[in-house]
Ligand binder design. Structure first.
Ligand SMILES: *[C@@H]1O[C@H](CO)[C@@H](O)[C@H](O)[C@H]1NC(C)=O
Length: 119
């Protein structure tokens, strides 16, 4: 009884955080977005925090890294990876915050470009 009351309290307390993100006003969508990218799993190795322009395709080299195994969009931001340059070829699903501590192998080896935006 008491346990379930605690669960209900927790569910209510966290409900706003779980709600679907609402669209930001257009002005805010012009801001840069961000992602933390590392050469090692679990955000280890060499890491860079990148701030690509909103929804503008970037070559993988814009990460400043020669490869990556973890990728974490900033809170509220989302990225998409592409196998081809200029965001062509096969695209990944949306990579939502907090991202991947261990990026799927296919994308570790085949990401040629990417873009990030916020929902
Ligand atoms: C990353 O973290 C997971 C979970 O803690 C662990 O199993 C894995 O060995 C870690 N990988 C590396 C390269 O440290």
């Amino acid at each position: 009884m008491q346990f379930s009351a605690i669960l209900v309290t927790l569910a209510v307390a966290f409900a706003p955080a779980l709600a679907a993100p609402t669209a930001e006003p257009a002005a805010l969508q012009k801001r840069d977005v961000g992602a933390y990218v590392c050469t090692g799993e679990n955000f280890t190795g060499q890491c860079n925090h990148i701030t690509p322009p909103y929804n503008v395709c970037q070559p993988f080299s814009a990460t400043g890294l020669t490869g990556y195994q973890s990728w974490g969009p900033d809170n509220g931001d989302t990225c998409i990876w592409y196998t081809g340059g200029s965001c062509t070829g096969t695209q990944s699903g949306n990579v939502y915050y907090p991202g991947y501590a261990d990026v799927p192998d296919f994308w570790k080896f085949n990401t040629a470009s990417f873009k990030c935006y916020s929902l």
